[in-house]
Design a protein around this ligand. Sequence first.
Ligand SMILES: Nc1nc2c(c(=O)[nH]1)N[C@H]1C(S)=C(S)[C@@H](COP(=O)(O)OP(=O)(O)OC[C@H]3O[C@@H](n4cnc5c(=O)[nH]c(N)nc54)[C@H](O)[C@@H]3O)O[C@H]1N2
Ligand SMILES: Nc1nc2c(c(=O)[nH]1)N[C@H]1C(S)=C(S)[C@@H](COP(=O)(O)OP(=O)(O)OC[C@H]3O[C@@H](n4cnc5c(=O)[nH]c(N)nc54)[C@H](O)[C@@H]3O)O[C@H]1N2
Ligand code: SF4
Ligand SMILES: [Mo]
Length: 715
Amino acid sequence: MTDSHCPYCALQCAMTLTRDEGSVPPLVVAGREFPTNRGGLCRKGGTSAELLRAPDRLTAPLVRDADGVLREATWEVALDLLADRLRTIAVEHGPDAVAVFGGGGLTNEKAYQLGKFTRIALRSKNIDYNGRFCMASAAAAANRSLGLDRGLPFPVADLDAAHAVLLLGSNVAETMPPFVPHLSGARDAGGLVVVDPRRSATADLTEEGRGMHLQPVPGTDLVVLQALLHVLVAEGLVDEPYLSARTTGWQDLARSVAAWWPERAEQVCGVPADEMRRAARLLAAASPARGGAGAYVLTGRGVEQSRQGTATVTAAINLALALGLVGREGSGYGALTGQGNGQGGREHGQKADQLPGYRSITDPAAREHVAGVWGVDPEDLPGPGLPAVALLQALGRPGGPRALLVHGANPVVSAPRADAVADRLQALDLLVVCDIFPSETSLLADIVLPVTQWAEEEGTMTNLEGRVIRRRAAIDPPAGVVSELWIWSQLARRLGAPGSWSTDPAEVFDELARASAGGRADYSGLSHARLDREPDLHWPCPATDEGQAPHPGTPRALLDRFPTPDGRARFIAVDHVGPAEELRVDAPLFLITGRVLEHYQSGAQTRRVPALLAAQPTPFVEIHPLLAHRLDVEEGEEVELVTARGRVTAPARVTDRVRADTVFMPFHHPGTGSVNRVTNDAVDPISSMPELKVCAVEVRATRAAAPTSAQEAIA
Ligand SMILES: Nc1nc2c(c(=O)[nH]1)N[C@H]1C(S)=C(S)[C@@H](COP(=O)(O)OP(=O)(O)OC[C@H]3O[C@@H](n4cnc5c(=O)[nH]c(N)nc54)[C@H](O)[C@@H]3O)O[C@H]1N2
Ligand SMILES: Nc1nc2c(c(=O)[nH]1)N[C@H]1C(S)=C(S)[C@@H](COP(=O)(O)OP(=O)(O)OC[C@H]3O[C@@H](n4cnc5c(=O)[nH]c(N)nc54)[C@H](O)[C@@H]3O)O[C@H]1N2
Ligand code: SF4
Ligand SMILES: [Mo]
């Protein structure tokens, strides 16, 4: 029996893995007692062992031949060819012409080594990752306002006792089911407030007096937050002693929300003014300043994946600060991190502007420290590269990258405006994809390399509460499958790179720990051996001097001071701009996107689990009954969604869970029903996060569309 954690989301539910050679797959997964999941697993975690022996698992390198067919090759041949192509492209076009796209599912060791490989083996500045689609706005806002980006700066279990939780744009009932029990304190007190344009499964948790569901116009959450703050000011519900002791900028901030009285906000966001008043009072009543049991403000992708995502999260932090919640035991603000290692994945150097330890690549002291650990001259480290959307847009264009290495992402399905992304990938001289399965992105590649997954490897993951946990190997990988640490060491040797390239995850972790020492995300007091003994350590956890007790880790950050220059949190005034696309005559509805319980992300993994595929075999479009009537669409009928980027089709699900001016579609499927073929790649100016959640769309029944195209053909 081996103790490990789930391969999927950031809750990182604890599991016991048991070998059973008689069963298929030969590994049995069971939920294990742990503070985050308390023994629970969702359907995805419970069926995750099926990924280990899926029939189309990649087990040999594939190289595209002269006829354009991907054919099996030996590792020696594939790596020699790859190193040769990388060298040629770098010589002809410069080192930045080789770019890297990483993933928030990679272990800390892999995320670290990938950043190092890009900077000192490829000597390229161009590395970014799918976390840019996921956590970038929450990270940017928390760094700006609080000086620290740790998704939840407190343990998940702290939520249990709170009497109010404001949950903005998050559907935890489907995206992290074992998290839901942590909302029971708030639900029992009638204090769960869910903000979502859809009546999601999470909104259902507020029924029967357990809280409120606010259903704003998509993309207007910032206005809801301004109105809540306005009510706090108008009714004298802010925490004055906290404001003067722990924050700066309150007076200006208070003035900035003066114009958002609830009736005016209602005109923009559509949420009844009195509901916003009630929500503000409910939060205030649970806040520590009023002697309440505790209150939390939490954000998810619904408010962050927006071109004003950073501003909206900033407004959420402003609200939490005004109530005196942040940096206080039993209350707080947090962003619910998404991918398995979404937190660690954004600390060790996979981001275009970042070095390990959550350091900035433009900071001379950070460059010197990290270059010292890597054994190179700081002058030789590149500067910041392009963030994900700009990187994907630049591929194959004059002056842009000519080669891309993809590790742990499937952007052909998950990136906004995905058809344009596929075009760019095809314009490259060289596309290399490392994956477990023949993902949609790997099908476009020139070289595909098969890698180990979760239960086949050792490593660490950092979960949504900054807890560093051990991933352990319980089963051998199929013959032919290798670890990415081995691939990078082989390539580094062939490229004549400086530095050491260990393939032992424990050794790589020790180096990561040294590189992080003194940074914001300091892991220097941690090691695999220590984490094996102590499964409860949260960063920062700096090394201590010989003879001193080890640092106990930091389950609750921000308690004494904020890591800003003056130790105070900053109020930052923000404005509502709205989605990049306005509704117009030929696109009169909002299209919003998100997830279903059974599928994970681009679906590359979960579509290969028969029970999950059977439960959600196709994409779908949720349409309100009034809209369905107006469009003459019936339940199950194929509809077409047209935006400025293109069109997709999927069956309609007629339901009053969505607003009548809005349709919803999940993004887990490829092909004609892949919603990212029509989403908008406009980005937030501060975080560079794309507006995956909201765009303007026209919806029609496909049978109505047929004559139109026929008429077009005649004309
Ligand atoms: N089943 C499942 N679980 C997952 C994942 C998965 O793919 N599948 N992925 C993991 C990852 S990486 C992530 S990032 C998390 C994401 O977890 P969540 O953030 O909970 O997931 P989403 O479904 O993307 O979005 C949440 C909600 O945002 C709403 N929304 C859309 N537009 C708006 C808006 O303008 N305002 C507001 N307030 N809400 C809006 C949607 O209706 C949806 O219910 O889930 C993790 N867990
Ligand atoms: N419209 C819309 N689009 C979205 C979102 C949305 O809400 N709406 N959400 C966005 C968000 S939050 C996210 S996080 C992204 C995620 O979207 P993607 O980046 O596409 O994420 P996955 O589908 O998890 O892709 C991971 C790939 O890596 C493989 N893999 C798993 N483990 C490993 C490993 O250790 N090494 C390697 N090399 N490969 C591995 C898997 O098989 C899979 O093919 O999607 C974004 N796209
Ligand atoms: S909630 Fe997340 S971590 Fe837990 S079992 Fe489901 S997918 Fe895995
Ligand atoms: Mo995500």
